[in-house]
Design a binder for this molecule. Sequence first.
Ligand code: ATP
Length: 138
Amino acid sequence: MAELLKLEVVTPAKYVVSEDVEIVMAPGTLGEFGVLSGHTPFLTSLKTGRILYKDANSKEKMLFVSGGFAEATPNRVTILAESAEKSIDIDVNRAKAALERAQKRLAEQKSENINFERAKSAMYRAIERIRIAETRGL
Ligand code: ATP
């Protein structure tokens, strides 16, 4: 059996995951990374995307994540995210409404405007949530 490491995913709003896992994949700002037990320590910021991991029974699971930081040590991955949800906790209607709002704001703003960048980030979050919700079961 693969050696396990502890995965902790926390946001300002809630504790999302605290579980022993075999492997974690996460979206670092410099690229996607994977962590197994025994990994060299490192710290990275995170972008919007998905965290994939295998639990202690080798079952694959998926989380939405947006922003924040991940710290890896040889036996632990700690993710302090701006927002994160398990795929089963994603409210698709809320994400669809957020997507519509963001698209409307994008149509109204100029691309050099800071609100344009905010609306673009909101759009990416909504699209990723909808995609992850479509692969429910993980
Ligand atoms: P919204 O405009 O719907 O709030 P958002 O992308 O601006 O979307 P975030 O700032 O990423 O929302 O998250 C705020 C909080 O709401 C976080 O705790 C996040 O987990 C939760 N959240 C946001 N959207 C959803 C969703 N579609 N389903 C479940 N939880 C959500």
